[in-house]
Design a protein around this ligand. Sequence first.
Ligand SMILES: N=CN[C@@H](CCC(=O)O)C(=O)O
Ligand SMILES: [Zn+2]
Length: 401
Amino acid sequence: MTTDAARSTVLTNIGMLVTNDPGAGAGPLGLIRDAAVVFDGGTVAWVGPSGTAPSADAGHDLGGRAVLPGFVESHAHLVFGGERAEEFAARMAGHPYAAGGIRTTIEATRSATDEELHANSRRLLAEALRSGSTTVECKTGYGQTVGHELRCTRIAASLTGEVTLLAAHVPPPEYDGRTDDYVTMVCAEMIDACASEAKWIDVFCERGAFDRDQAHAVLTAGMARGLIPRVHGNQLGQGPGVQLAVDLGAASVDHVCYTTQSDLDALAGSSTVATLLPAADFSTRNKYPDARALIDAGVTVALGADCNPGTSYTTSLPFCIALAVRDMHMTPDEAVWAATAGGARALRRDDVGVLRPGARADALALDAPSHLHLAYRPGVPLITDVWRSGVLAYSAARPRP
Ligand SMILES: N=CN[C@@H](CCC(=O)O)C(=O)O
Ligand SMILES: [Zn+2]
């Protein structure tokens, strides 16, 4: 077992390799049977048939198992205090989900110590790694004051380079009935204070949260400070989120459960990714997005787990793949692509979500002969090994990280 990123490692006897490089193998997933991969330090050095693999300092025989690029989680809320199991139970008893539930977590987050927030977010990041996520975006959004958002942004930045300032998640209680004043404060103070720690700016554009003009003001203020927009939209009903995301050239619009034909047309003619979050729809009994209509219209689709304590307390992209196939009518290949290359597109990255020379050496192995088993065997812990930047960061054969 190799844990040293400075050395080269050859993975041999891979039954089925997903490269996501159509030039390297069959179909959009670039599938290669009986394959090998060489990692040199933190990058992929070689990909091809097992028999022709170059030698390396160390070897890892996969015994016919499948290997995929590490999952790219492009939607996660990992910095928060408390949990909302009671709200989940009430929902399962028939209470609807509403944006206001976010305030419960704002209160718990503001009350939590830095150490508690660090420990909880690191625990969830390690959980995501065990589920195969090797790149993880992380949002703030449960502070909603300058000081608390700055604290949460710094904690997120200690976990990942993909930090999203979710400056406008829901108007906090002290701004009750004064959402415009909150937006003014965000644009005048919060974004200035937090921008240097973040890459992305995000808004929840939805009934009960922020309307189109308010969301536009926050996103453009973020863009003026160098942040790239992404949007939570069209989760709970039809709304302006999709169109706003496209108008501003956002990297992604997330949820996208309720769409009109003009939303589909706008997305199809844009570079904005539709990031679908089926675990949130599962846990809120919400309508699933029409993934088939999106894909058939030519929209780029990503899958995210949306880990958060309200709507989706899971870090498991394998679970989302299974939901996407069973309930959103994506093919297993489409779902696997969306959780790897699709997530990379949503984060505007070309070095992850793909196994080709020069890419980051992020991969996972399954206790299964092909990637199809991710949807075919729902709920089964199939992931045996996860490499991040060439290092074996998780192995089911070893104690957990
Ligand atoms: N939709 C908005 N934000 C989260 C939910 C947050 C919460 O309920 O705490 C989401 O992505 O689902
Ligand atoms: Zn979210």
